[in-house]
Structures are given as C-alpha cells and as structure tokens.
Design a protein around this ligand. Sequence first.
Ligand code: G1P
Length: 280
Amino acid sequence: MKGVIVAAGYGTRFLPVTKTVPKEMLPVGTKPSIAYIVEEFIASGIREIAIISSRRKKCLEDYFDREIELEEVFRREGKTDKLALVAPPEADIFFVRQREMRGTGHALLQVRSFVGGEPCVVAYPDDLHVGARPLAGQLAEVYARTGKSVMATILEPGDVSRYGVVDPADDGEGVRGFIEKPARGKEPSHEVSIGRYLYTPEFFDLLAEGWAKHESGEYFHTYALDRLIAAGKVAYKRVEGERLDTGEPGGYLDAILRNAAADPALRPVLERFAKERLGL
Ligand code: G1P
C-alpha cells in the first residue's frame, strides 16, 4: 500500500500567511499539520509516500529531510528528546510537483507511475484524524475484504451542501452514487465524504483515459471516481474516531484548541483563558 498527499493548492482561505508558508506547514501544537498525515500513514503500515506539491513549497521538502546541524548540536549536548523531535519520518518520502493548477484529477495523474500496480491511500491534508485506529488503516481493511476502492465518510446530521455526499447501497457498505455539493434538500443521505480515499490502480487508468479527452480548465478526480462507482467498485467506510477539518480558519482553531486541551502543559493556559476571558 502506498500513500499520496495532495498538497499543491494555493491555500487561499489562509491568506496572507500562505503567500509564503504552505498551508500544510501551519502548526497544530508544534507540529505542521502535514506531519499528522504522515504519522497516520506510517501507523497504517504505509512506508512509501508521495507528496504532490507545487512551486513556492520547497520548505515541505526541507521539513522531511534531515537537519544535520541541529542533530549534531543535540547529540553533543546529549539532548535525546530534542534529537527525536528533528528526526525525519521512518518512510520514504517522494516529492512530485504539479506544474500548473489544473485540478485534483490532474494532480493525481502526477503520481500515476509512483503508485504503479498497487492500491494507495490519497489524503487531502485539511482533514486530520484522531482516534485509536489510524484512518488509512481503516480504509485498507475494507479494501482487503472487498477489493474495492474506499471513500472515508462521516455522518453529518446538519447541512451537507458543502460536501460530497454518498448514496449508500442497501448493504450499508457499497456506494451506489455520489453527489458533489448537492443543493439543500437534494442530498441522497447524510454520509459525507472527507479527504481520505483508497484507490485501486484502475482509478489511475480511468483518470488517464479521461484526461486524454479533457479539453480545457480544471480536471477533477471525480471523473474516475464516478466511473468506478457506476461499475459498483466503490465502498465507503464511516470513520472511527474524530475528523478535524483544518481547511478553514475556524476548524483550524478548533484543532489547535483540542490539541491544547489534550496536552498537560497547555491545558492550564486554556482553562485560565476560558475563565478569565470567556467567563466560563
Ligand atoms: C472536498 C471534496 C468533497 C468533500 C470535502 C470534505 O471539497 O470535493 O467531496 O466532502 O472536500 O472536506 P472542498 O471542501 O475541497 O470543496
């Protein structure tokens, strides 16, 4: 199983900081958000990870490299805890650049040869997962049992018009249809797709086939996904655990607060803030 992280976007919801800092480098605690995805992959047994990036995102490559100078200082001073903090992840990380912003389908075509004949988990790094069992691994289990591509979903009881919504098959696992951002009242269910997908190699073949016919503008991953769904080759997995949406400033703040609440060193700061500033 391979892993792919789609990190080429402009991050316009976080301007102006994203003029120079990739959205994926914005920290939750002291760790950049993309590092949580890499950890999820590694905990799921994935050891080969491709990151699709773009111009002006060189610091992503630096982040996953060694930091030899700091390593030497920490080694000399015997600071093993700090050494562990700067160690690169135990996975092979590959970088591929999307040279023009032509949509998610075009981005994923950049890793077609990396993925080869294996299934892979694709992550959109806005969605972070917290839970006992890593999300990519949850999808891999469904694939191992069904041989199908798998979409991760959450149950959203409220408005689902900003999501892609699954039309579940009667068996409670298959995907019969999928509607991207349905108008209110037109949603087939409240099972909404989040940014984690397991794709079989056929997905990339369909993607290439669609791209060959594509004429202009952006090209989306849904071209291939819709075809796999029509062929009955997609299942969904409702996420066990919690999903944090760091894709917009409010969700990002929520992720930071949850992280602080779970950190014994930071929790007192949060409690004091709640008492003194919010009167709670
Ligand atoms: C994307 C997907 C959508 C999914 C959503 C989850 O939309 O296209 O299917 O439900 O992420 O966050 P975006 O939020 O990028 O518009």
